[in-house]
Design a protein around this ligand. Structure first.
Ligand SMILES: [Zn+2]
Length: 128
């Protein structure tokens, strides 16, 4: 099975499966190019017209790796929100905002293992 990197309408990238007939693959790629990623769809559903999940730009391999790290951290933060005490929710809201708006590829690659702890600390020491 082959994979091709495709840039979505929101400028975030995704991998399209290139197995199958030309027609099927072309339709699949076209569908990816004309749609937004799940994160951006969710943002639109929440009423944020300007995407807060900023795309990452760099050499392709590095941007993809950084995007991967950021999505993982974003998922971890979303899990924390579910278990957070009510009074800490505004802090987590700011934490998620920071994760979404941090578009520095170098930063994400440097902080692949401690991004969540580091960012949480900048919001409030001891938050996570
Ligand atoms: Zn997107």
């Amino acid at each position: 099975m082959g994979l091709k990197r495709v840039f979505r309408r929101c400028k975030h990238s995704t991998l399209a499966d290139t197995s199958g007939s030309y027609t099927v693959v072309a339709a699949r790629i076209r569908a990816a190019e004309t749609s937004r990623c799940p994160e951006c769809e969710a943002e639109r559903a929440l009423g944020h017209d300007v995407p807060r999940f900023v795309p990452l730009w760099d050499e392709e391999g590095r941007a993809v790796e950084a995007d991967h790290i950021r999505r993982r951290v974003l998922r971890q933060a979303c899990v924390l929100v579910v278990h957070a005490p009510q009074d800490e929710l505004p802090l987590y809201d700011r934490l998620i905002e920071r994760i979404r708006s941090l578009g520095d590829v170098e930063w994400w690659l440097d902080h692949r293992d401690d991004a969540l702890v580091y960012l949480a600390h900048t919001i409030q020491p001891g938050l996570y």
